[in-house]
Unconditional design. Structure first.
Length: 313
């Protein structure tokens, strides 16, 4: 008889099919664990007294219908970039210096470097409203420099140390699940960023986000950089109660130093089957290529088994 109950709660039919396949691996590798896969708005459990054993609930969504009767619950949650910054600092991970932006504020170039990034606080997967500014000129920025529809007029903004990843802005995205890395790819701009010696206006108007949504503006490709993958796993470990993360890592041009940008712990980074993950899948030649790239289903099963045995209660 199994010693543990594992319940995985999915967002919808797309990830449900994936996690049923992963659950089969869990059952085969760990006879001591009874895995069950549910959708968020279903509470119908299979026959058997599942709650009589120590249980772990792993949710890919924050809200769900199931009434948890016992055990540990791991679920996604929104953690703003400013809070992630503090979490990474506390964990000893290199991360770009970050501060809340205010019009008229002064920055010390000795602390932030010659250039900084101006970006919105809230989750922004489309690179909208991100700008490159000289540190010495941050205090000269005025609201009227930005059009009325610009996010700076309706969102909290950050000023962040500029990490130069090269002439074509690039970052790595590593999808992690319960401490395991599932896949790794690069996302890079097809548009050359402005020269760092360009005018203030040219810098402000230039494309500096690797994920900027502009026709032909960015591309993605499969990657297998073990140093980046190990770094992303360290990022994942800083927020262990959020099971799924999309860890964004910067590699500084010239030095090769890695920086933790953000880890997207809100649970919306499952790109293996979601409709908005098609571009990511094509980087691997399709869904099966994405799965096979790093053995994603086996890695997810390992994470589920390890955390169930360690944390079910």
């Amino acid at each position: 008889m199994p010693a543990y109950t594992l319940i995985v709660i999915c967002r919808n039919a797309h990830d449900e099919a994936d996690f049923r396949a992963i659950a089969e691996r869990v059952a085969a590798l760990a006879p001591d664990i009874r895995p069950v896969v549910l959708r968020a708005w279903s509470s119908k459990l299979p026959p058997g007294d599942l709650w009589s054993r120590p249980a772990l609930v792993v949710a890919l969504c924050n809200a769900f219908e199931l009434q948890v009767q016992r055990g540990t619950v791991l679920r996604p949650r929104r953690i703003y970039k400013t809070d992630q910054y503090q979490i990474f600092l506390k964990a000893g991970l290199a991360t770009p210096k970050t501060r809340i932006f205010e019009f008229g504020m002064k920055l010390d170039a000795a602390e932030f470097g010659e250039h900084v990034i101006l970006k919105p606080l809230r989750i922004n997967s489309k690179g909208e409203g991100i700008h490159l500014v000289r540190s010495s000129r941050v205090g000269a920025l005025k609201p009227q420099l930005f059009k009325a529809s610009h996010p700076i007029h309706k969102d909290v903004y950050l000023v962040q140390q500029f990490i130069d990843t090269g002439d074509y802005p690039t970052h790595y995205r590593v999808e992690t699940f319960l401490g395991e890395a599932l896949c790794c790819r690069t996302i890079f701009s097809s548009l050359k960023r402005p020269s760092l010696t360009a005018s203030d206006r040219t810098l402000l108007d230039g494309v500096v986000a690797s994920n900027a949504v502009i026709a032909g503006g960015n591309r993605t490709a499969a990657a297998r950089d073990e140093e980046v993958i190990a770094f992303a796993r360290r990022m994942d470990a800083t927020i262990p109660d959020c099971p799924l993360k999309g860890c964004d890592v910067l590699r500084e041009a010239g030095t090769g130093k890695l920086y933790a940008l953000e880890c997207n712990p809100g649970g919306n980074s499952w790109a293996f089957s979601a409709p908005d993950g098609e571009n990511a899948r094509q980087a691997f030649g399709g869904k099966q290529g994405m799965i096979d790239h790093m053995g994603a289903w086996d890695a997810a099963a390992r994470g589920l088994i390890q955390r169930t045995r360690a944390e079910a209660s």
